[in-house]
Ligand binder design. Structure first.
Ligand SMILES: [Zn+2]
Length: 376
């Protein structure tokens, strides 16, 4: 037996939102607006200690979320051919543009469902489910999105993780904060299924082929647990010690092995990093540089941004007066395909603080670097 309760934010709440269905053959392809309304159905097997399914006194964040999405916004589909014009309008403060992969009450209900259900489930420790979200244009038109279909939970784990992320989720962002250990296991399952789709599309008979039978699972585990773990696992813990002897010279570490993946081609980037530090009040163990470099490199990357991210992290952890990072790497997308340029390496350098401000110290760093293993 289940209990249900409902909460409605009616059309009178003033969530005035504009959008257009650019593919429609009717006037719906013109920008038009409604004061949208939303109705939520919550469901629980057990009530809380006050005999409520869900305490609506805690709902302020739902209202704030709805306002952030639909109050005086212009919602445009990501494939809208006039996107550049809408972006232009947004940049000139002519509208507050929101881009979604689809537009209309059905899609709005779905978006809202994903965000709200993840939070409700989290907050209630799994006791409360959001059964459905209904989005009204006005008294006679509405659309409903159900997250549960005949008792089967259909929301993908990747969608739940996205809904829990406040910041972006670019290839070289880390998103570990939104991921629990069980999420990670579910994510591996989802990636496995998706990668099986890639193998199927490549017309590989994985059912009968002894080599590729378990490839989808292997690749999914490898992506999440190994080569992209800098996205899905927390950073290494870095203990700092006081710089007791007030060492005020450059020290260097390297070569530090870099194994990364090119975000453009998903091909390996393989090489070495060299780190130069001009310490401040703190010092850290040498092996920590390897761990930090490895964590940042274990994401789909481009070398320039990876070098910056490594320098950022080292700066943050060491609070050094100066940080310099050099990366020298081979890109398999250059050497194994395309131009097949076997001998070419890419070198990137980022210098911060005193290395940037004082030319003599910068020069000293590069002359020390020239004595490091593997740099020539
Ligand atoms: Zn590439």
């Amino acid at each position: 037996m289940k209990y249900q309760s409902t909460k409605t934010y009616g059309n009178d709440r003033g969530l005035s939102c504009c959008f257009r269905q650019w593919k429609a053959d009717s006037h719906c392809n013109l920008i038009h607006g409604y004061s949208l309304g939303f109705r939520f159905v919550f469901e629980a097997d057990e009530l809380d200690e006050r005999n409520w399914v869900y305490d609506f006194g805690n709902c302020k964040w739902i209202k704030e979320y709805l306002e952030s999405m639909f109050d005086h916004t212009l919602v445009i589909a990501s494939d809208d051919p006039l996107m550049a014009d809408f972006e232009n309008l947004h940049e000139q403060d002519g509208c507050k543009l929101l881009v979604m992969d689809g537009v209309g009450c059905e899609k709005f209900a779905q978006y809202v469902y994903h965000y709200i259900s993840a939070r409700i489930e989290n907050e209630s420790g799994g006791r409360v489910n959001l059964k459905s979200v209904e989005c009204f244009e006005h008294g006679s038109n509405s659309a409903i999105y159900y997250g549960w279909l005949r008792g089967v939970y259909i929301m993908k784990i990747s969608e739940k993780i996205k809904a829990a992320l406040d910041n972006g989720y670019l290839a070289n962002d880390t998103i570990y904060e939104a991921i629990s250990d069980t999420d990670r296991e579910e994510l591996i399952e989802e990636v496995k299924e998706a990668f099986q789709g890639v193998l199927d599309a490549l017309v590989i008979d994985t059912k009968n082929d002894h080599n590729t039978q378990d490839t989808a699972k292997r690749v999914a585990k490898m992506f999440v647990n190994e080569i992209f773990r800098g996205r899905y696992y927390p950073p290494p813990s870095v203990t700092a010690f006081p710089n007791a002897k007030q060492y005020d010279q450059i020290y260097m570490s390297g070569p530090i092995t870099i194994n990364s993946t090119c975000a453009h081609h998903f091909q390996p980037i393989s090489g070495n990093a060299y780190v130069g530090i001009f310490p401040g009040q703190k010092v850290i163990g040498l092996s920590k540089f390897n761990r930090m470099v490895d964590w940042v490199a274990s994401r789909p990357q481009i070398q320039e941004e990876m070098t910056e991210q490594i320098a950022d992290m080292i700066q943050e952890e060491t609070e050094a007066k100066g940080v310099a990072v050099i990366v020298k790497a081979e890109h398999f997308c250059m050497t194994a395909r395309g131009v097949k340029e076997h001998e070419s390496d890419m070198l990137t350098s980022v210098v911060r603080g005193i290395f940037r401000e004082q030319p003599t110290i910068k020069a000293e760093f590069f002359s020390l670097l020239n004595n490091m293993k593997g740099i020539r």
